[in-house]
Design a protein around this ligand. Sequence first.
Ligand SMILES: C[C@@]1(CC(=O)O)c2cc3[nH]c(cc4nc(cc5[nH]c(cc(n2)[C@H]1CCC(=O)O)[C@@](C)(CC(=O)O)[C@@H]5CCC(=O)O)C(CC(=O)O)=C4CCC(=O)O)c(CCC(=O)O)c3CC(=O)O
Ligand SMILES: NC(=O)C1=CN([C@@H]2O[C@H](COP(=O)(O)OP(=O)(O)OC[C@H]3O[C@@H](n4cnc5c(N)ncnc54)[C@H](O)[C@@H]3O)[C@@H](O)[C@H]2O)C=CC1
Length: 233
Amino acid sequence: MRKLRTASVLSGKKEWWIKILLPLKPGFYSEKRRACILGSPLVLKLNQKPVLVIGGGSVAERKTACLVKGGAGVTLISPAITKGLESQLDQFCFYNRALTIEDVAQEYCSRLEINWRSFFMVVVATNSPVLNEKLSGALLSYISLINVVDNLELSTFYFPAVVDRGALKLSVTTSGKSPVLAKKIRGCLEDMFGMEYDAYLEELHYIRSELKRIEADPVIRKRMLEERTQFPL
Ligand SMILES: C[C@@]1(CC(=O)O)c2cc3[nH]c(cc4nc(cc5[nH]c(cc(n2)[C@H]1CCC(=O)O)[C@@](C)(CC(=O)O)[C@@H]5CCC(=O)O)C(CC(=O)O)=C4CCC(=O)O)c(CCC(=O)O)c3CC(=O)O
Ligand SMILES: NC(=O)C1=CN([C@@H]2O[C@H](COP(=O)(O)OP(=O)(O)OC[C@H]3O[C@@H](n4cnc5c(N)ncnc54)[C@H](O)[C@@H]3O)[C@@H](O)[C@H]2O)C=CC1
């Protein structure tokens, strides 16, 4: 069934997709190599972290919203920005300029008076793949965390789809294979997990802290927590 659907979606491009799928034969990558390619989910604390966003289109707008929500101090450089970004100009520092390769050739850019090394991470989101590649190549020597929105290979991290329920955050990634599937799964999880989980986590946190105080044995503590943790709500 799944094979049939793949074939019909890509009909007329049969040879092309066979070439693409061949390297994915089972056993082609060792499990370890595959795990490295696919990346590891971690949770970053962005509070007060200086983050650079290059570009001001709809993709930059989505990434900026996520970063600002996480408490990052965003600096955005772009010759033009979306209406959405324009309405949030008080939320980030804006340089109304087109960034050039020359600007990032040295760690200090005298034209913009910016030291690239001062940034914790960068999102490269212009609409030019060539420019994105060149900018990210240069910036990688100053900033380790780099997301190139049109190039997963050049990125050292990427964004998942997120259900944000306060303390409960569910993130979904397809490792760049199908952002639309990530989005659909996120929508489905949003229906399953409401804001009541945030309040419930406060309760669970309180119980857990109290237990840590009154019960010294971690094995008993764990059993008690498992008994008291209700799911689904
Ligand atoms: C690798 C990654 C890098 C990164 O962005 O960090 C990446 C890369 C690319 N996305 C592209 C396209 C689209 N991306 C979306 C949507 C989302 N993309 C997101 C993440 C990621 N996208 C990372 C992988 C995450 C993963 O796979 O799990 C989400 C989950 C999170 C977010 O953006 O915050 C967010 C959904 C949020 C939500 O709603 O919950 C849509 C749908 C839409 O816009 O409605 C489309 C159009 C359909 C399509 O093309 O698939 C293109 C092609 C561009 C082109 O062809 O021009 C590239 C580049 C490439 O594939 O090479
Ligand atoms: N990762 C993701 O989730 C997705 C990635 N994409 C990719 O993201 C890229 C951007 O998409 P959109 O935001 O829709 O494009 P867009 O065309 O709406 O915006 C591009 C922005 O880059 C700015 N820009 C152009 N040259 C610049 C420069 N020299 N310096 C700084 N800013 C510059 C423009 O002023 C504009 O604000 C596309 O190339 C697309 O392939 C597209 C959809 C989703």
